[in-house]
Write a protein that binds this ligand. Structure first.
Ligand SMILES: Cc1ncc(COP(=O)(O)O)c(C=O)c1O
Length: 377
């Protein structure tokens, strides 16, 4: 279609647009680090940890090398390992499960609710004598039902670790992601709502003892230089990434607000053609991803691609059906809500730089597809 009156389709995640908007600030921050002569665990990491903890509403944050390792370090800090089970969901990025495996524990999956999030009603049947942790995933930028999940865990003496890798700044009942569980895990992968220019992650907590353990675990188990109290790993956030994150953290609320605006434009322009994401009462969704459910998803995806609209699927194969997790013994039909969603989900372009015209263009192309197919969903 070469109708010149149409807006250009938006980019999928807006990385370059974002860099151009903050280039001066980023370059000043990187120069500050480069000229300090100190590149690992220094002033920038300490300052970012303080600022990010404050942002999340907790006492402490510990920077580490990735979101995957934030989860693995959290489990290690709690002493969760071989023989222990962690109850989580299968419609997530595989690293949720990779990190559980990395700690030596076993993931156990529960199905999801209408919001693509852990279904609290199904938790009871997933808990066994080996369960140590419940790990909800705040998928796509919306928090799981944390009041019910933390209450469920408290009554059974289980701990809660939040996988908040997609939910920087998301809220539930006025409290931010990362402040509900005993530990909260974040990824700063570049495309995240708060992302650096490489890999990075952090764990948030109010617990002093766990904080002290995490500081050691991420740094070879050192209590002070060359004195190793526990067995740790190397999983550190570096000074350059921390400096980048400090710049970006100052913009996060404004960017999340823009994502919410983009979501409201989608609401306006998608019409009745597909099922749009819903914000649960009491939740503040920060739209890391804008995920619709679409009939004939693959046909729609091919059509949009042809019209220049990039889409992705988060995620086409749930973890319990991935080859790598065959040994857990799950099969098709075990998590029906998750499996049905996986066949219909489609992520449309979403980032703070998406314009109203761009959303209108996506909406038109999408409605055009269903009209040609002889009707809407
Ligand atoms: C829900 C979820 N958990 C964990 C991770 C792992 O984060 P990272 O890629 O920083 O290791 C990601 C990132 O893709 C994620 O989306």
């Amino acid at each position: 279609m070469s109708d010149s009156s149409k807006s250009a389709p938006p980019s999928f995640s807006g990385q370059l647009e974002q860099y151009e908007a903050i280039r001066g600030e980023i370059q000043a921050a990187l120069d500050r680090v480069l000229r300090s002569g100190w590149y690992i665990l220094g002033r920038e990491v300490e300052a970012f940890e303080r600022e990010f903890a404050g942002y999340c509403g907790v006492k402490h944050a510990v920077g580490c090398a990735s979101g995957t390792e934030a989860i693995a370090l959290s489990l290690m800090a709690l002493g969760v390992g071989p023989g222990d089970e962690v109850v989580t969901v299968a419609n997530t990025a595989v690293p949720t499960a990779s990190a559980i495996s990395m700690a030596g524990a076993t993931p156990v999956f529960v199905d999801i609710d209408d919001y693509f999030l852990m279904d609290v009603q199904r938790l009871e049947s997933a808990v066994t004598g080996r369960t140590k942790v419940i790990m909800p995933v705040h998928l796509y930028g919306q928090m799981a039902l944390m009041d019910a999940i933390t209450e469920f865990a408290r009554k059974r003496d289980l701990l809660v670790i939040e996988d908040a890798a997609q939910a920087h700044g998301a809220e539930f009942k006025g409290r931010r992601a990362g402040s509900w569980g005993t530990l909260g895990c974040f990824s700063f992968y570049p495309t995240k709502n708060l992302g650096c220019y490489g890999d990075g992650g952090a764990v948030t907590t109010d617990d002093e003892r766990l904080y002290e353990r995490l500081l050691m675990l991420r740094n070879y188990g050192q209590e002070k230089r060359y004195y190793h109290t526990i067995k740790g790993i190397n999983s550190r956030l570096d000074e350059m990434q921390a400096a980048v994150l400090r710049v970006k953290l100052a913009h996060l609320d404004e960017w999340n607000e823009k994502r919410r605006q983009v979501a409201s434009w989608y609401e306006e322009f998608l019409g009745e053609a597909c099922a749009r994401p819903r914000e649960r009462s009491g939740a503040r969704h920060v739209y890391h991803l804008y995920v619709i459910r679409a009939a004939d998803r693959d046909g729609l995806r091919a059509h949009l691609e042809k019209q220049g609209v990039t889409t992705l699927m988060h995620y086409p194969v749930p973890v319990h059906l991935q080859k790598a997790y065959e040994d857990l013994g799950y099969g098709r039909g075990d998590l029906p809500v998750t499996e049905e969603a996986a066949a219909e989900i489609l992520s449309l372009p979403m980032h703070p730089g998406v314009t109203r015209g761009g959303v209108q263009r996506v909406g038109e192309e999408l409605q055009d597809y269903y009209a040609k197919r002889g009707g809407m969903r």
